[in-house]
Design a protein around this ligand. Structure first.
Ligand code: ADP
Length: 499
């Protein structure tokens, strides 16, 4: 079995514990990808000491030069796109079409970050005093600890690390246990592109040991986390106590609303992609379908027919629409939610079971599942399942649909299918989400726009786009008084008094 290492202190290293965990293909558990380090606080501590050295070099590297390294990163990712997509599908299951998109998002993020190296704008503003210059500019912060989930093994680490690096920080990445191979490939690419080795550290291992040690390390002032709301709460408590800068991206319970005037063919394609893409394991997945009375029955029956034709299988096989769930606990969790839905009185229209036969027995496959007659307030309507389960709710009006969309504790993404421009614009203003799509499903964020949610989805920060650069840098203000005399702000007043 191949043994992989951490990247700490400028070299590939074994963990202090000398212990490893296995990484297996979720479509075929007999297929072992390799073993990866089980790191702990000792490894994290070495990584932090190295990253501090890296920070001293990198923060003094001009931002456009940092951007040049990231442009190289984009170029190398583009060259390795097919190979990385393949290894990503092998370790986490989603079809190649999707893992190619995942790498592409990394490429787009690299090129955006590269150009940001020539911006990182500050402001110059007038001073209230004479012969005094006033400006703000951005400074890097230090060592950034990045903790990432399994569902976008390349895109999410790049969303976090590239802007952090463009701003001049050093980075420690703790990827999800299920996708250590993709993270290894990313670090190889960063090194090949010319990033000084101390600037990037890769620490594999479990959240409760390696992740926790990173969050609790007193020399890591910035933490960015994407994952479950439960873990985000633990991370948030620690960061709050230690006064760390923290970005959280957590759960969602995203609704697609289809009104009577919608283009049903379009809505049908949208919901299939939104609900069952990535086997429903996206924070932006469409997990609720809210349909207005007039089109409810037709859309639902056509949807069930289409779901019947979805092909489950190995994401590396031709023709696969839906890959496996990530691991056995994920299957168990989805099974539990199916039981909950049935016991709450929802109608199980299709699916609801582990998928077997036809070469699926060795993987974590679950049938695409639809619950109809779901009532607002049921657990399958309120809680994030993170699997291929869609809850359908019937409504009669725009107000009712909007209230249902807003009636959950999460607020990531929403989608409205309508031809009525007034309803479309009302949705933009009234839906409590970080993202609202009109006539497109709830998934499909673009790298150059801010990504994130309201309420318990996040803590007010955004990934992607221009906003994330504010997260990874401190604003500093510089005043230069060239008047040659003491001038007192708020006290000296030059109004009407010429020199
Ligand atoms: P998911 O259900 O999407 O895997 P998790 O929140 O369990 O979400 O995991 C997301 C990331 O958080 C993973 O990299 C995981 O190892 C890490 N993690 C889990 N528990 C902790 C913790 N207590 N402290 C820090 N990181 C953690």
């Amino acid at each position: 079995m191949k043994t992989f290492k951490n990247f700490i202190g400028g070299k590939w290293q074994d963990p202090a514990s000398s212990e490893y965990f296995e990484n297996r293909n979720p479509a075929n558990c007999d297929d072992v990808i390799g073993q990866f380090p089980l790191s702990d606080q000792r490894d994290v501590d070495c990584a932090v000491q190295s990253a501090k050295r890296g920070f001293e070099i990198w923060r003094r590297t001009p931002a456009p030069a940092r951007g040049d390294v990231l442009r190289q990163v984009g170029d190398i990712l583009a060259k390795r796109k097919e190979e990385i997509a393949d290894l990503m599908t092998r370790e986490m299951g989603k079809p190649l079409l999707e893992t190619r998109g995942d790498v592409q998002e990394g490429i787009d993020t690299a090129y955006y970050a590269a150009s940001e190296g020539r911006r990182l704008f500050g402001r110059t503003v007038p001073s209230e005093l004479r012969n005094k210059w006033a400006m703000s500019f951005r400074r890097p912060i230090g060592v950034a600890g990045l903790i990432t989930p399994f569902n976008f093994p390349m895109a999410i680490p790049t969303w976090k690390s590239f802007p952090a690096l463009a701003c001049g920080n050093a980075v420690i990445l703790k990827p999800a246990e299920d996708v250590p191979h993709t993270a290894t490939a990313l670090v190889e690419v960063l090194l090949e592109a010319g990033l000084p080795p101390d600037v990037i550290q890769l620490v594999h291992g479990q959240g409760e040991s390696a992740g926790k040690a990173l969050v609790e390390h007193h020399e890591v002032p910035v933490i960015s986390f994407t994952g479950s709301t439960e873990t985000g709460r633990i991370v948030g408590e620690t960061c709050g106590r230690m006064h760390k800068r923290l970005s959280l991206e957590m759960g969602g319970k995203n609704a697609m609303i289809v009104f009577d005037d919608a283009d049903l063919d379009l809505a049908l394609d949208g919901v299939l992609w939104g609900a069952f893409g990535t086997t429903g394991q996206r924070c932006t997945a469409t997990s609720r379908l809210v349909i207005q009375d007039g089109v409810h029955d037709e859309l639902l029956s056509r949807l069930v027919e289409r779901v019947r034709t979805l092909k489950l299988g190995d994401g590396r096989a031709k023709g696969t629409d839906v890959g496996p769930l990530i691991n056995e606990p994920a299957v168990k969790k989805v099974e539990q939610y199916v039981d909950i839905g049935v016991s709450e009185g929802a109608d199980l229209l299709i699916g609801g079971r582990r998928a077997t036969g036809k070469g699926l027995d060795k993987g974590h496959f679950f049938e695409p599942t639809i619950f109809a007659r779901v009532e607002h307030g049921m657990r399958v309507e309120q809680e994030e399942i993170f699997g291929p389960v869609l809850s359908v709710i019937r409504v009669s009006s725009v107000d009712e649909a909007f209230a249902i969309n807003n009636g959950v504790k999460y607020g990531l993404s929403s989608s409205v299918y309508t031809r009525d421009v007034n309803v479309a614009f009302r949705a933009q203003l009234e839906l409590d989400n970080g993202i609202t799509y009109i006539n497109a499903p709830t998934i499909g964020a673009e790298a150059h726009l801010p990504f994130g949610g309201v309420k318990q989805t996040g803590n007010g920060h955004r990934e992607g786009g221009w906003e994330v650069y504010e997260f990874y840098s401190e604003t500093k203000v510089g005043y230069i008084d060239f008047s040659g005399q003491l001038q007192r702000a708020q006290i000296d007043n030059y109004l009407g008094t010429p020199d």
